[in-house]
Design a protein around this ligand. Structure first.
Ligand SMILES: NC(=O)c1ccc[n+]([C@@H]2O[C@H](COP(=O)([O-])OP(=O)(O)OC[C@H]3O[C@@H](n4cnc5c(N)ncnc54)[C@H](O)[C@@H]3O)[C@@H](O)[C@H]2O)c1
Length: 271
């Protein structure tokens, strides 16, 4: 289904690792809606090669490796993207998350601080670096739209989300602060979308994820939002239909964030 919502728009999509990735779905939908874009991921993730299949499906999109913690890589990414797409960028998807503490089962009360720093750098500061690089190069068009993906653990405690919760809080704060400055400078808008738990490589790395996904399903009046629906929301945020939305954390979670309890969950406690 295409409504030509992104016709003539140029973008950069971070984070498509495999066909379960939210970024993968965003790329497929952006292509359907008429956008042209480059794809990027960390050099180490490229070795798996799946991103090239996505690139082929998206009109032979150029794939540019970039570690999102490296300003040098990000500068090269924006330079090459502007050159390949023949003009400045209209939209950016930041779909990046990684915590060595989560991967190595370090408890939140006993973090490895070098890893904690890495979690912050990869999962949050990378957004600041991306925006700062783009701003210095004047690489994003006026009214451009940047979306980063986040999770409700930034506001409420989900114990096994570990130090990623702190990273998401920082990510959402950068979104507000940079959204102010980039908005004033050239009307660039910056938002986070707070997505339901979704089965992906990053998602499944969190302890107890399967149980948690069913809990969240039962606690949301509409049920969990799928990655395809998340992609559709991203497309609407990249389009001109949402021009005055900026500096927001937008929940895309079937109502989970505003639900205290549901009938389904109550019934589980009724004897
Ligand atoms: N899956 C969920 O339940 C869920 C829920 C809410 C928000 N999110 C967020 O959505 C985003 C995408 O995650 P996903 O669930 O699609 O999983 P995913 O594993 O498919 O994507 C994570 C991506 O981050 C990339 N990445 C890691 N380190 C990087 C680096 N140094 N430089 C550049 N890229 C790097 C990985 O290569 C991967 O492509 C993340 O920010 C995640 O926290 C996921």
């Amino acid at each position: 289904m295409s409504n030509g919502l992104l016709k003539g728009k140029k973008g950069i999509i971070f984070g498509a690792l495999n066909d379960m990735s939210i970024a993968w779905k965003v790329a497929e939908r952006a292509y359907e809606e008429g956008a042209e874009f480059t794809l990027t991921n960390a050099p180490i993730a490229m070795r798996m090669g799946e991103i090239n299949q996505l690139a082929e499906k998206c009109g032979n999109a150029l794939v540019i490796p970039a570690d999102a913690t490296s300003v040098e890589d990000l500068t090269n990414l924006f330079e090459k993207s502007v050159e390949a797409l023949g003009g400045k960028i209209d939209f950016v998807l930041h779909s990046i998350g990684m915590s060595p503490n989560v991967r190595k089962n370090k408890h939140y009360t006993d973090l490895n601080y070098d890893w904690y720093h890495k979690t912050m750098d990869v999962s949050a500061m990378s957004l600041h670096k991306t925006l700062s690089t783009a701003m210095k190069m004047d690489a994003i068009n006026d009214w451009g739209s940047v979306v980063a993906l986040t999770y409700i653990a930034a506001q409420r405690v989900f114990p096994d989300y570990n130090d990623m919760a702190d990273a998401k809080s920082l990510l959402e704060s950068i979104t507000r602060s940079f959204g102010y400055h980039y908005g004033e400078k050239s009307k660039v808008r910056i938002n986070t979308i707070s997505q339901s738990p979704t089965v992906t490589t990053a998602g499944s790395g969190v302890k107890g994820f399967d149980e948690f996904i069913s809990f969240s399903e039962q606690m949301s009046p509409l049920g969990n939002a799928s990655s395809l629906d998340c992609a559709n929301y991203c497309i609407s945020m990249f389009s001109d239909l949402t021009k005055y939305v900026t500096m927001q954390n937008l929940f895309h979670d079937g109502g989970f964030s505003n639900t205290g309890v549901t009938q389904n969950v109550i019934e589980k406690f009724t004897k």
